[in-house]
Structure formats: structure tokens, C-alpha cells
Design a protein around this ligand. Structure first.
Ligand code: GLA
Length: 393
């Protein structure tokens, strides 16, 4: 399997505009240009991904997938060349079953041909969906076969799966196996541009954290779906919550938005280097929900060099900002601030909160549906083995 650690990426999809063909080669060329020139590439957004609806309705005479000639008149290879010339990478979408979710040709029975076609075009990432698969055996076999087929091409292609999402209704996925074949995998329903959808995703993740958190690590990550920051449905505080929690969850950062029309606030949030650094932390451990009480949630994530990220979410939608006080001994398995630590607030404001001793408390004030994201750094090095800490999750 392609063995990659994680990169932030951007994904675009829109099938609903067949009248004006705005989902087209032209759009991808424009977005690639913006990604390269507007700071996105500099902070790590590297992939530009085509989602469903890029295909022509039929395969060619040799059984190969082909791009819709109206939407992509220059073909995918041409687009890949342009994207590469900007120092970026190209992602594409296909489906393990008989059809894609939007009804375009599926890859069932064509795994090797399709993998080779993508490699020939210079594709760097494949999102492989799970619609229209007639049995759970075909689903599992198909995901494995496509992984092996991609490897056989000799091209390094990130393999993004939806295998567990389609598995869950039938039985509990075998994450050890999924991790062997996929670089990231969707577990839960499609994200919508709404606070309810963000909440559902967080609830699902925390309810299943014992199963999904231990399997995440370099080369394979849980994918809670795209960032919808910069769209229409989330308030400023809710956008902060999504960014902070996607960092805690070590999620692939896949933006689903229109970079041509994005507010300076949303852009600054998505390009926040300190938050991206938590998302991409090289220790490669996914965070988890530590506590839920009184409509607050505390999440934490271990970071390199014994540092920790902590996110405190105020889920209460009624009233104004509420304060939450936490004793620092309870953070980072009791070790984050032992004997003391430096705490920096990253979101919503960037500011040093100062030194905290092991026995001290930290008081925060959090807007409704907002989050305070903190970074805790130990000030003195205490000798202990990190794995002794993390294994108790
Ligand atoms: C499924 C996937 C989505 C998107 C659509 C496209 O619903 O889960 O992420 O790719 O298909 O049709």
C-alpha cells in the first residue's frame, strides 16, 4: 500500500450544476492557481481533489474510465500536469462497486485497469467510495484489491477509503486490516455545512474512540470528513470548533469550500500554522475526549516532546459565554503540567497564558458552541517513557 503520513488536502465536489458546468477543468485550474499563490500551499495544503461526477457516463473501447469531455476537455492528465507544475498534487474519485454514488461507472471488475489509468494520468490520491456494492465480501475484497492494484502501478498514490463507513451497518469493521490497506478511511456519514453535522461527527467519534483512536498513526488515519469552514452554515465560533477538533482528531484536513470567495477570517483560521502544527504533529497520535460534564467537553491530544493539545468545547447553545475551570493535574494523564507547564491559547485568540504549576487551575471563558484550544508545554524534562502513558487510553 502507499505508505504516506498525513498531509492537509483540499477537495472539491459539485454535481448539481450540470447547466453551467462550473464543476470543470477551468475551476480546478483556477483553484490550483489560488492554492499555490495565496498561501495555502505554504502552510501545507498540497492536494487538490476531484470528487464524484468527473467521469463520462461510459468507459472507452478499451474499458478505461474517461473524463466527461464537456467538463474536462483537456483530460485528467492535462489537469495533473498543470497541478504538478504548481507544486501541488492531484486527487481523483472512484467507487469500489458497480456505480459511483452519483451514478457514474464503478470500478468493480476493473480495479487493475482503473489503478493503471490513474497512475498513467499522474494522479496522486484516490478517494474510493463504497456505493452500489452488492455484498460485504465484494466490498472488503474490492477495497483490498484496489489497494494492491495501486501498489502494482509503482506510483505513490494516497488511498482514501470509505470501507468502514459502509461496513458499520452490517458489522464492526476490522480496523487493523483496514489500516493495512488504506491511508485514511471514513467512518461516519457525510458532513454537512451545519453545526448539527459537526456535533454528530464529534459524538460519533467520542462514542467510538476506544475502537478508532488506537489504530490511527503515520500512514493511516481516521477521516471525519471535510472541513466546511468558509461556507455558509457555521458561525465563527463553530468554525473554530471544527478547526480545533479536527486538529485534535489528527484528521486529514480536506477543505470543501470555494477558495475564490472566502472571508479573511475563514482563510486565517484554515491557514493557522499553530493549529495545523497540532493536526500534523509528528508523534502521530490521535486525541480523544477526556471528559464531558455540564455541557462542556474536554478533548486532549499527546504531542511530540511531551507537549499536549487541549480543546474545551462549550456545547450549550442557550445564553452567553460560560466559564470553565480545569485543574491542570487532570490533563495529559496527569503529566502535562508536572511539575509545571507553559500554556498558550491558540484559538480563539493567540496568547500566552503563562506558567501553571501542577496543583493550579486554569479558568477559561467559552462562547456558545465555541472552543478554546490550548497548547501545553512542559517546562522541565521529567524522565519517563511516553508509551507508558499513551497505552492506557
Ligand atoms: C458519498 C461520499 C461523499 C461524496 C459523495 C459523492 O456520499 O461519502 O463524500 O464523495 O458520495 O457522490
Amino acid at each position: 500500500m502507499p505508505n504516506k503520513s498525513e498531509y492537509p488536502s483540499i477537495c472539491l465536489m459539485n454535481c448539481n450544476d450540470s447547466w453551467n458546468l462550473s464543476f470543470s477543468e477551468k475551476l480546478f485550474l483556477q483553484i490550483a492557481e489560488i492554492m499555490a499563490s495565496d498561501g495555502w500551499k505554504d502552510v501545507g495544503y498540497e492536494y487538490i481533489c476531484i470528487d464524484d461526477c468527473w467521469m463520462a457516463p461510459e468507459r472507452d473501447s478499451k474499458g478505461r474510465l474517461q473524463a466527461d469531455p464537456k467538463r474536462f476537455p483537456g483530460g485528467i492528465r492535462h489537469l495533473a500536469n498543470y497541478v504538478h507544475s504548481k507544486g501541488l498534487k492531484l486527487g481523483i474519485y472512484a467507487d469500489v462497486g458497480n456505480k459511483t454514488c452519483a451514478g457514474f461507472p464503478g470500478s468493480f471488475g476493473y480495479y487493475d485497469i482503473d489503478a493503471q489509468t490513474f497512475a498513467d494520468w499522474g494522479v496522486d490520491l484516490l478517494k474510493f467510495d463504497g456505493c452500489y456494492c452488492d455484498s460485504i465480501q465484494h466490498l472488503a475484497e474490492g477495497y483490498k484489491q484496489m489497494s494492491l492494484a495501486l501498489n502494482r502501478t509503482g506510483r505513490s498514490i494516497v488511498y482514501s477509503c470509505e470501507w468502514p463507513l459502509y461496513m458499520w451497518p452490517i458489522f464492526k469493521p476490522n480496523y487493523t486490516e483496514i489500516r493495512e490497506y488504506c491511508n485514511h478511511w471514513r467512518n461516519f456519514a457525510d458532513i454537512y455545512d451545519s453545526w448539527q453535522s459537526i456535533r454528530n461527527t464529534l459524538d460519533w467519534t467520542s462514542s467510538n474512540q476506544k475502537i478508532i483512536v488506537p489504530v490511527a498513526g503515520p500512514g493511516g488515519w481516521n477521516d471525519p470528513d471535510m472541513l466546511v469552514i468558509g461556507n455558509f452554515g457555521l458561525s465563527r465560533d463553530q468554525q473554530i470548533t471544527q478547526m480545533a477538533l479536527w486538529a485534535i482528531m489528527a484528521a486529514p484536513l480536506l477543505m470543501s469550500n470555494d477558495l475564490r470567495h472566502i472571508s479573511p477570517e475563514a482563510k486565517a483560521l484554515l491557514q493557522d500554522k499553530d493549529v495545523i502544527a497540532i493536526n500534523q504533529d509528528r508523534l502521530g497520535k490521535q486525541g480523544y475526549r477526556l471528559r464531558k460534564e455540564n455541557n462542556f467537553e474536554v478533548w486532549e491530544r499527546p504531542l511530540l516532546n511531551l507537549a499536549w493539545a487541549v480543546a474545551i468545547v462549550n456545547l450549550q447553545e442557550i445564553g452567553g459565554p460560560r466559564s470553565y475551570t480545569i485543574s491542570v493535574t487532570s490533563l495529559g494523564r496527569g503529566l502535562a503540567c508536572n511539575p509545571d507547564c507553559l500554556i498558550t491559547e491558540l484559538l480563539p485568540e493567540k496568547r500566552k497564558l503563562g506558567f501553571y504549576e501542577w496543583t493550579s487551575s486554569l479558568k477559561t471563558q467559552i462562547n456558545p458552541t465555541g472552543t478554546v484550544l490550548l497548547r501545553l508545554e512542559r517546562t522541565s524534562s521529567v524522565q519517563f517513557s511516553y508509551s507508558a502513558v499513551s497505552d492506557s487510553l
